[in-house]
Ligand binder design. Structure first.
Ligand code: IPE
Ligand code: IPE
Ligand code: MG
Length: 231
């Protein structure tokens, strides 16, 4: 088992490439999402086994709502089914689930299954897993600022903005991974990744394995992080 050092607390992943993976195989884009959900389960289990404290998975962006209705509704169905089906394994792994994003845009049945899972896993003491759903980094910052305005606090500072993000208890990611070959952030955690180590991988998400993640963790330990300072 990989041993994590204390400097690695949080890994965030942009799970990209499901559609291309399926089309390359002559399948439907939706089949790629089904396979992508299998990969996510594997990676969650691996991260829990190595006792990673925090894992964030980008599952659906605010911008993804603009995709064809058929794809959006199949992703929503898959989300709800997967959460229901795998709630017991989250419990067995002692994982607690958090959601980052604008839940009000989600269909009611998805919101319900998420709420049940969040509630049921709330007291678990193992890995915290954040699902970024209906998520936009810019919107998260604006929503934080609005909450500060509502609290009538006039001295806005970085600590205060952080305290009003969707999941204030989650530290900034040490590692940000994007699979699927694109080299962009696509509105993910734009506040939190100010000093994250970035890894852009060509492998499509459905083909991503624990070995890929293990290799990224090793490369992370080889990087020098001085946070603007010198050694
Ligand atoms: C990522 O895979 C999953 C979601 C955005 C929901 P894509 O569906 O973006 O797959 P590609 O990038 O088209 O291959
Ligand atoms: C980012 O992937 C969102 C998720 C992985 C959930 P997209 O495929 O939506 O991003 P773009 O369109 O390539 O920027
Ligand atoms: Mg994509």
């Amino acid at each position: 088992m990989q041993i994590l050092s204390r400097e690695l607390k949080h890994i965030a992943i942009i799970m990209d490439g499901n559609g291309r993976w399926a089309l390359q195989k002559g399948m439907e884009r939706e089949d790629g999402h089904v396979q992508g959900a299998e990969t996510a389960k594997n990676i969650i289990q691996f991260c829990s086994n190595i006792q990673l404290p925090y894992l964030t998975l980008y599952a659906f962006s605010k911008e993804n709502w603009d995709r064809p209705k058929k794809e959006v509704s199949s992703i929503m169905r898959l989300l709800s089914q997967t959460i229901k089906k795998d709630l017991q394994s989250l419990m067995d792994l002692n994982i607690s689930l958090l959601i980052a994003g604008e839940k009000n845009r989600l269909p009611l049945y998805v919101k319900k299954s998420l709420e049940i899972a969040v509630q049921k896993t709330a007291k678990n003491t193992g890995m915290k897993m954040v699902l970024a759903l209906s998520y936009s980094g810019r919107e998260e910052i604006v929503s934080s600022l609005n909450k500060i305005i509502e609290s009538k606090n006039k001295n806005i500072n970085e600590d205060l903005v952080e305290k009003h993000l969707y999941c204030p208890e989650v530290p900034s990611p040490d590692i940000l991974i994007r699979t699927g070959g694109e080299k962009r952030i696509s509105n993910f955690l734009i506040w939190q990744i100010a000093y994250s180590e970035l890894f852009f991988e060509d492998v499509q998400w459905p083909d991503f394995r624990a070995e890929n993640l293990s290799n990224i963790i090793e490369r992370f330990y080889e990087r020098k992080r001085t946070f603007g300072n010198i050694e």
